[in-house]
Design a protein around this ligand. Structure first.
Ligand code: FAD
Length: 279
């Protein structure tokens, strides 16, 4: 029979993870669906479960000079209403699920679930988020794109927990978030896009593009972004076909029940085009 443990604090949670084979459960909004049973029966958990959602010490948003730090058990709904959370992340959270789910769901669960369509991953890639993985031995600080290594695959070790998400300050002159789903709320993305740009005296000093649900992981390519930095905004617009061709080479979507490859590719390129042409 599987054990179900509610640790009193983070240290106790880490001790359990060190001692035995436990699966961390936060809000449970992904896990309860993945392990669902027939009506009225408990979910079919096959491993020991460690319930960490109630760990108050992991519920915080702390603003510092150059970054904000988000405790991993802060609910999405709390983040949505917190004054220090970047507006881009709030815009994305508002498009995720519904208030009931958002009251339980966490960024950590969205990250560890590692779905290419995980909505919060797109702004977290865009803003260079650092994920803090804790074990009894150490804290590891890893950029999000190195934490997620494939669909449902991460580098999180069995004895580790996501303790914190760090978002460096990201001041921009323009940004855009678009989620394309089957309906307005409670929809999984067919394609998602976040772009940000900083323009100083007509010069592009920073350009970032992140795309969700069109590859095995979220796409963010700094080498492409770099080509277009230091251009004037007019040059960037003129060179849009080149920019699009770079992303066309990267985008490798799949067909699934929500959409098909052709649609996803076309929409992703249109979202980039729309972002640049409307600057
Ligand atoms: C109706 C509905 C609508 C949804 N809509 C959206 C949507 O619009 N966009 C979207 O992206 N997702 C959506 N989801 C999916 C889900 O709500 C999110 O992925 C959510 O962020 C998961 O967080 P959680 O805390 O519930 O994770 P859980 O279900 O608790 O866990 C998910 C995974 O993360 C691991 N995990 C959780 N916390 C930690 C931690 N601290 N350290 C290490 N591993 C951890 C768990 O072991 C598990 O593998 C929806 C789900 C439902 C049921």
């Amino acid at each position: 029979m599987v054990k179900q443990i509610i640790p009193k604090n983070l240290q106790e949670a880490l001790n359990y993870l060190y001692d035995g084979d436990y699966k961390v459960i936060a809000g449970g909004t992904d896990l309860m669906i993945q392990k669902r049973n027939t009506a009225d029966l408990l979910p079919k958990f096959s491993s020991n479960m460690l319930y960490v959602f109630n760990l108050e010490e992991l519920k915080y948003v702390i603003k510092e000079d150059h970054q904000i730090r988000i405790g991993s058990m802060t609910s999405l709904e709390t983040l949505l209403h917190h004054p220090d959370v970047p507006q881009l992340l709030k815009d994305v959270i508002l498009d995720m699920a519904s208030p009931g789910i958002r009251n339980m769901a966490t960024l950590a669960g969205n990250i560890a679930n590692a779905s290419p369509a995980g909505d919060s991953l797109v702004p977290l890639y865009l803003m260079d988020a650092i994920i803090v993985l804790s074990s009894i031995y150490q804290n590891r600080y890893i950029p999000i794109e190195k934490v997620i290594i494939g669909p449902r695959k991460t580098v999180i070790q069995q004895n580790e927990i996501i303790k914190e998400i760090i978002i460096p300050n990201h001041d921009v002159t323009h940004y855009k978030w678009v989620k394309v789903g089957g309906r307005l709320a409670d929809a999984i993305s067919k394609v998602s896009f976040a772009g940000s740009i900083t323009i100083e005296k007509e010069i592009v000093t920073d350009l970032r593009i992140a795309l969700g649900a069109v590859y095995m992981t979220v796409i963010r390519d700094r080498s492409i972004e770099k080509i277009f930095k230091q251009m004037t905004i007019a040059q960037l617009k003129e060179d849009l076909p080149t920019l699009l061709s770079h992303y066309e080479d990267l985008i490798k979507p799949i067909d699934d029940q929500r959409s098909n490859k052709e649609y996803r590719l076309k929409v992703a390129l249109n979202l980039i085009k729309d972002f640049i042409t409307k600057l």
